[in-house]
Design a protein around this ligand. Structure first.
Ligand code: C2O
Ligand code: CU
Ligand code: CU
Length: 504
């Protein structure tokens, strides 16, 4: 049952924000070898493509102070490998989409034109917007139709993203190429001193995996294993390119990392063994930078890190690597084999070949624009969600039920902070995501999360047999339009590991 219980969890103070340092997340980080070997990336080869830079779209500010964007959802053709034309989908192009630059507090309008021969939606993952503007499964755009999302940006500076959310076909549409970025800037919170020159020292990296047929087309025929574990590709792509290289300036660079995979968890580290300084999780800046050796991102999650290329010798490669860690599944053909732990592959290479650029950040800030966490009071309503299924079947459930478009699972009062507890009764990790709310982690199995898990969140992993407790600030306005909460392994979501709530 999805009923409320009035129990008190007063001892769950949530994130204190003080503790720094690298930490573990269940089997995720324990799967990393202690002293990872240096992996020579395929990306270092002379034939490696250069990294496609996601186009930053600043929109058009009109006389009424509304920032306007237009997205065309379209079919296209992409050469992932030279000479092979692969059918793909994209926003305003053949593959992926632009990065829409939004500003906190600004009225924004995004017009979406569906040029596909099938239904789509565009969901603003991470944005706190009214339910009818959310682009979830109820905001269907039929072929040839237009949909306009209008809202005031109510998020702090963060890296969010957008993707389709048609129930039952989200996984396929994303693998075909539909994913774009939302770069939220907050001029009022300026002075955080982070690198912010797009494509120069502020770089967005969309990490995804795909499988191809022998004819070179994207293969989205789900095996029985895919139906349980989610779709896993044998080819890792960064911004739509296989093993690309980026010519880096010898200075501090911000990397905005998105795990845009349908199902793969990615553990990222620098091939040189250099540290990354994490400055943001998926919903906003951390209180202070946290030094990380590696970062695990669940599907749908983002992180922003600073990397120091200033000491790299001219032309030296520092590769960004990925390893899969979820649910005991292998890397298939992706792996480079070798020692203990899951095989590691090179996602891309960095070649520190450019001199320091004007305006370079010489010293990263010691503190960042602090985002207050959502705090729950002692008497807050507690709701429990049990994640089930998957053992022998591809049926995934929340509280024993698979998603039903026509059933409202939950009605929450507007503008209230509640405590939601997600218990994972399955043998695999599920990254849970809630639409349209502000949310912070309180505890994993009663233990406070590490600093890099603090602040606002929109997606969080629940490890097998673990209970994760979050504080949820419900939407400001009552609305009969449902908002979703679901597993972001898209095949689990498509198979029913999703529920919907309305705000009363
Ligand atoms: Cu990224 Cu409900 O989605
Ligand atoms: Cu979302
Ligand atoms: Cu799942």
């Amino acid at each position: 049952m999805l009923g409320a219980a009035g129990a008190s969890l007063a001892h769950l103070a949530g994130c204190g924000g003080g503790s720094g340092g690298d930490g573990g997340m269940g089997n995720a980080s324990s799967a990393m070898p202690a002293a990872p070997p240096r992996v020579e990336p395929a990306a270092a080869s002379s034939t490696a493509p250069s990294l496609p830079i996601i186009a930053l779209d600043p929109g058009v500010l009109d006389a009424d102070g509304v920032r306007n964007f237009a997205l065309a959802v379209q079919r296209g053709s992409t050469q992932f490998r030279t000479g092979i034309n692969t059918d793909t989908l994209g926003y305003n192009g053949a593959l992926l989409g632009p990065a829409l630059r939004l500003r906190a507090g600004e009225k924004t309008s995004i017009r979406v034109q569906n040029h596909l021969a099938e239904e789509t939606t565009v969901h603003w993952h991470g944005l706190v917007v009214p339910a009818e503007m959310d682009g979830g499964p109820h905001q269907i755009i039929v072929p040839g139709a237009q949909w306009q999302a209008s809202f005031t940006v109510d998020n702090p500076a963060s890296t969010c993203w957008f993707h389709p959310h048609v129930h039952g076909s989200t996984g396929r549409l994303v693998v075909m190429g539909l994913a774009g970025l939302l770069i939220v800037e907050d001029p009022a919170a300026a002075g955080s001193g982070l690198p912010s020159t797009w494509g120069v020292d502020d770089l967005a990296l969309v990490l995804q995996d795909k499988r191809f047929t022998t004819a070179g087309q994207i293969d989205y025929v789900l095996s029985s294993g895919d139906r349980v574990n989610g779709y896993v590709g044998d080819t890792l792509l960064v911004n739509g390119a296989i093993g690309p290289v980026w010519q880096a300036p010898r200075q501090w660079v911000r990397l905005r990392l998105l795990n845009g995979c349908n199902a793969r968890f990615l553990t990222l580290r620098l091939g040189s063994g250099a540290e990354m300084m994490q400055v943001a999780n998926e919903a906003g800046l951390l209180a202070a930078p946290v030094t990380r050796q590696s970062i695990t991102l669940a599907p749908g999650e983002r992180a922003e890190v600073l990397v120091d290329f200033s000491r790299a010798a001219d032309g030296q490669d520092v590769s960004l690597l990925a390893a899969t860690v979820s649910g005991g599944m292998g890397m298939g053909g992706m792996g480079m084999g070798g020692s203990a732990g899951p095989p590691e592959v090179a996602a891309m290479g960095f070649r520190a070949s450019l001199p320091r650029q004007p305006g370079a950040i010489l010293q990263p800030p010691g503190t960042l624009a602090s985002v207050p966490a959502v705090a729950a009071s002692a008497g807050a309503t507690v709701r429990s969600f049990s994640l089930g299924g998957g053992m022998m079947s591809s049926q995934f459930t929340i509280n024993g039920r698979a998603f039903d478009m026509g059933r409202i699972d939950l009605a929450v009062p507007a503008s209230t902070v509640e405590i939601w507890r997600f218990t994972n009764a399955t043998g695999m990790a599920h990254p849970m995501h809630v639409h349209g709310v502000r949310m912070s982690l309180l505890a994993r199995d009663g233990v406070l999360p590490p600093a890099y898990e603090c602040g606002l969140r929109d997606t969080f992993t629940v490890e097998p047999m673990q209970t994760v407790t979050v504080a949820v600030e419900t939407p400001a306005q009552a609305s009969p339009t449902p908002l979703m909460f679901h597993c972001h392994i898209l095949e689990h979501e498509d198979a029913g590991m999703m529920g919907q709530f309305i705000t009363v």
